[in-house]
Design a protein around this ligand. Sequence first.
Ligand code: HEM
Length: 144
Amino acid sequence: MYKIVLEAHSGIAYLALIALFITVINAFLGLSSKRTFKSSDRKIGLFALIFTHIQLLAGLILYSVSQTGFSMLTSGNAMGNADMRLTALEHPLINIIAVVLITIGWSKHKKQIADQGKFKSFAIFYTLGLLLILSRIPWGTWIG
Ligand code: HEM
């Protein structure tokens, strides 16, 4: 169970990050060129939203089964060690905030009537979400 969810969480991370990067770059390009917001712009944002939500779900399952997740937090040893604190507290907490921001960006873009307003919602909220996610990825265990 642990291995399957870890593999999924590790693999979907690529898809979520790529989709977020594309949405953010596309939103800034849309803003600077002042072009029309098309159905493809909406789809890119939707893919990023779906991948981050799947990632959140996999992360929550992982957190309950991994030795470096909730059990580490309750063991009382996590706070003194930077690596342990990252997976037991900072990574989950910051990423939940990031997913909330991305979800707010998605719902705000839907309420906007002007094309530039739609791009702006993605540019602000998806960028904040992406930066938060990037700031708390356990790079050493993932890529290293
Ligand atoms: C939504 C954005 C998220 C991204 C992009 C992300 C990405 C990653 C990556 C790349 C790893 C390293 C995987 C590996 O070592 O192969 C990881 C580990 C982990 N993630 Fe996430 N994660 C996200 C959200 C979450 C959330 C919300 C939670 C918990 C509520 C969570 C819990 C964990 C745990 C516990 C580990 C360590 C697993 C272990 O080494 O046993 N993640 N995450």
